[in-house]
Structure formats: C-alpha cells, structure tokens
Design a protein around this ligand. Structure first.
Ligand code: HEM
Length: 493
C-alpha cells in the first residue's frame, strides 16, 4: 500500500513539473515570432539536426518565415534568416540586440574579455581593443609590414617541404598565429616551436569540438549537462590552458612595463590597469586582461588559419581558378616582389576569389548568439530583454538572388561583366553592427597577402584527382571545419 502511495505521489509530482515547464514555455513565447510547437522539457530539440543546425534553420525558415522562434533548453531563441531580417537586427536595432547570448562552455569567460562578454565591461574593452588594434595596424611597422614579414617566413617554410606531401594545418596556421602574437605580445615563434604548436593545437581542437553535435546539445541545454563526461570538459580545460598562457605573458609584461612606451597590446591593457589603480570598480583587472588576450589570440589565429586551409583545398579542386590567379600575380606583382596591399586594386580576380572563399565556406554559419539588451518591438513582435537572438550569416552568404547557384564555388559572384571586383552588401562573413568582428581589417589583409605570397611562389598539387576532392566540412556548428588533407607545393621558380 505504502509503495503504491509513493508511486502515485511521484507521478503527480512529475505531472506537476511537466505542467509548470509547459506553462513556462507557453508563457515566455506569448508574443514571440511563430515557430514549431515546443514539447515540455525538450522544447524543439527534435526539430533540429545537431549535425547541421544551420540547415535545420533554413528548413524551419521555409515553413515559418524569416523570423521564427525555437525552444532550446527551456528558453526561447529567436532566429533571423535572410538578408532583410539579419540586417534589420544587426543594423537598425544595433543597440537592442548587441548583448552576447550565453555559450555555457565559455562560462569561464562570461562577462570578461570581448567575444563572450555580456556584462558592463564589454563596451569599454571592445572599444579599447579596437583602437589599440588600429593603432598597431597603422604606420611603418603596421599590419602590412607585419604580414609581409611573416609571408616571407611562410614561403621559406613551405620551400622546406621540397614538394613532399604535408598537412597544412599548423604550417599555414603559424603565419596568422605569428601576426597576432606580434601585436599582442611583441613576439614571433619558429614554425616548429613547441609552445606555438601546443597553443595552435588547443585553438584548432576547440574550433573543431565546438562544431560537433555534442557541443550543440551541451550549449543549447543551458549547462544542465555540465556534470556528464564529454568533450565539453576538454574545451574547458583547453580554454583554461590558453588563459594561463596569456596571464603569464601579462604578468611578465607587468614586471618590465614602461608607462611611457608600450611594446604591444598587452602593455596597452596593463597601462589602462595602472590608470584605474584607485578605482573601486576597475575594468582592466588581470583576469579581464588575460581573457581579452586569450579572445584575440584564439579569434585572431583560428579563423584566418582555417580560411586559408579551406581556401587551398578549394583551389586544388579548381586548378583553372588557380591558373588564373597565377596569371594575375605574374602580371601585377611579378615573381619576386613581396605582395602589397596596394596590389589589391589591380588584382580583382584574387580579391573576388578571397571573398568567394569566405562566402562559400561560411566559417561561422549561424554567427555567434546575440541577446536582447532591452524589451524590443521587432516586426510586430515583442522580444523581451534577455532573449537569445541568432542573426544567421549563411542565410545571407547563400542568398540565391544575390549569388546565383550559391552552392557552387564561383569567383564570378564578386566580379562584374568587365572583370572588375563587384562589391556585395550580402558579404557578411564578419557579421555587422555593434558586435561586428574586431579583426575584420586584419583578417582581410592577411588573407589577401598570404594567399598571394603562397601562389606567387608555388603551384598547389593535390594527392588525389581534383574531381575527387570533397569540400564538405567534417563538422558544422559554431564553425564549419574543413576536412583533413595533405598537399604538395611545387616551387614555380
Ligand atoms: C576570416 C577571419 C574571421 C572571420 C570570418 C571572423 C568572423 C567573426 C564573426 C562572425 C564574429 C561574430 C560577430 C557577431 O557577434 O555579430 C566575430 C567576432 C569577433 N572577432 Fe572575428 N573573424 C575573423 C577574424 C578575426 C581576427 C583576425 C580577430 C582578431 C584580431 C577577430 C576577433 C574577433 C573578436 C574579438 C570578436 C568579438 C566581437 C564582440 O563580441 O564584440 N576575428 N568574428
């Protein structure tokens, strides 16, 4: 009898919990855009494919329109699909949706640094990072010279492969790594330096793991899965190792800091810390400084490195495009002068190829999640403060009116009928508005100069027939990760 009573009590308890969760879901989405009906507890998890969430978003947009609501981990998420809706959220409502949606695996960086900061210090740290990056980017020893110097080392390193097959991941990645390391820490590393390889492997592993189905589940479950075993633990450990590295660099810099002369971005952040010495609510604490450095180090390396690696694979699949690039480089730069930023004006084909690589790979397909900073009326719906908003970028980069046959790699997407570079406002690989990528200028310069330098000196040689090269990513989530591959580079001189 007692057992029956306990069972009934438990069942009633579970039924009440289900009802409460159901009520909360209905209530919280009262005035939100339409979307599929959420199940209690699970919400709309069964309507998304964790292996390819961007594709699920596209399918749901066909049914519910360009602005729709999903319930993930008990919270509503508003998804924007297509140029008009994405642009409206990012540019017309730039302050209303400039918060950063929570990413549970980066809980340790929450409200610190730039990328994952959703707290009161974000505005200051972002503005300061932008200004300092700009200052270090300008002048004689600015980004152009910095990248050109690194292009020289990259070419030398590629030459050492002597036409033998190699995995480009870390060899190519070392160039953007050294460019950002120079800005942040006034330091460059040899291509076989153990510390450099270790840090790059942490960045690379995190970027891959963040795009796997488990992490989609983890990050969309509001952190409930934290205590289970899984690759989220690995990311958290890697993040902490990266931060430990940046903290050590910051401490080292502090010991030799000269307030009259900054050596790099770390010094500039430390100088701000000194200025706030007597403040009761300092922004630039050692913790905030090390997270800011870790953010810039990771974002500044992995994005550009992955784009270059994906780009080389694409060019091997389309040797006729590579051939056209060689012709343009021969004509404009010649065989020995180091590529310069001014060459871009005379190299519309290379410019178009770089844009098309970024469009085609759509490196951050669903963007990073944003968050409503206040209650906002948007297209007739009331989006409450704190709602996660996802302005998807692949929906803009794959717009089939602007880019006919978007699934195909076609540099013509960025060329007019006279072969001149054609600007497109749909090119939103770096997002837009208040959260737009802080490293956009640097990344664009690196992609152009490094790719030009590689192709100026080498022909790319695939180990398989071009037609057999599969460009499909191996993971799609936070980012789109290219397949592993090896290639040979054959000297052109
Ligand atoms: C191909 C290269 C790159 C791509 C495609 C890219 C893309 C993006 C995207 C899509 C975002 C999110 C924007 C949003 O939330 O709306 C972002 C943010 C960010 N990126 Fe990049 N990025 C690249 C290179 C870089 C580089 C080189 C740096 C560092 C120098 C960098 C630093 C950042 C930072 C700090 C943020 C956070 C901005 C904020 O939350 O306020 N990125 N990037």
């Amino acid at each position: 009898m007692a057992a029956l009573g306990i069972t009934i009590a438990l069942l009633v308890w579970v039924a009440i919990l289900l009802l409460i969760s159901f009520w909360k879901q209905i209530h919280s989405s009262w005035n939100l855009p339409p979307g599929p009906f959420p199940l209690p507890i699970f919400g709309n998890f069964f309507q998304v494919d964790l292996k390819d969430i961007p594709k699920s978003f596209a399918k749901l947009a066909e049914r519910y329109g360009p602005v729709f609501t999903l319930h993930m981990g008990g919270r509503p998420v508003v998804v924007l699909h297509g140029y008009k809706a994405v642009k409206e959220v990012l540019l017309n409502h730039k302050n209303d949706f400039s918060g950063r949606g929570e990413i549970p695996v980066f809980e340790g960086h929450k409200d610190k640094g730039v990328i994952f900061n959703n707290g009161p210090t974000w505005r200051d740290v972002r503005r300061f990072s932008l200004t300092t990056l700009r200052d270090y980017g300008m002048g004689k020893q600015g980004n152009e010279a910095r990248i050109q110097r690194e292009a020289y080392f990259l070419v030398e390193e590629l030459r050492k492969t002597q036409g033998q097959p190699f995995d480009p991941t870390f060899l190519i990645g070392c160039a953007p790594f050294n460019v950002i390391a120079d800005i942040l820490f006034n330091r460059r590393f040899d291509y076989n330096d153990k510390q450099c390889l270790r840090l790059m492997s942490l960045f690379n592993e995190n970027f891959y793991l963040l795009s796997t189905p488990w992490l989609q589940l983890y990050n969309n479950s509001g952190g409930f899965l934290h205590f289970l075993p899984g690759s989220h633990k690995r990311i958290i450990k890697n993040v902490s190792e990266i931060k430990q590295y940046t903290l050590e660099r910051a401490k080292e810099h502090l010991q030799s800091l000269d307030l009259n002369c900054s050596r790099d971005l770390t010094d500039c952040l430390l100088m701000e810390m000194q200025k706030e010495k007597h403040s009761t609510e300092p922004v630039y604490t050692m913790e905030n400084i090390s997270v800011t450095l870790a953010d810039l180090f990771f974002a500044g390396t992995e994005t550009t490195s992955t784009t270059l690696r994906y780009g080389l694979l694409i060019l091997m699949k389309y040797p006729e495009i590579e051939e056209k690039l060689h012709e343009e480089i021969n004509r404009v730069i010649g065989p020995s002068r180091i590529p310069a930023v001014k060459d871009r004006l005379e190299m519309p084909y290379m410019d178009a190829v770089v844009h098309e690589i970024q469009r085609f790979i759509s490196l951050v397909p669903s963007n990073l999640p944003h968050e409503a900073t206040r209650d906002t009326m948007f297209q007739g719906y009331r989006i409450p403060k704190g709602t996660v908003v996802i302005p998807t970028l692949d929906s803009v980069l794959y717009d089939n009116q602007e880019f006919p046959e978007p699934e195909k790699f076609k540099p013509d997407h960025f060329l007019n009928e006279n072969g001149k570079f054609k600007y497109s406002d749909y090119f939103k690989a770096f997002s837009a508005g208040k959260r737009v990528c802080v490293g956009e200028g640097l990344a664009r310069m690196e992609l152009f100069l490094l790719l030009s330098a590689i192709l100026q000196h080498f022909n790319l040689k695939s180990l398989v027939e071009p037609k057999d090269i599969d460009l499909s990513p191996i993971a799609i989530g936070f980012g789109r990760t290219p397949p592993h591959y090896k290639l040979c580079v054959v000297s052109r001189s």
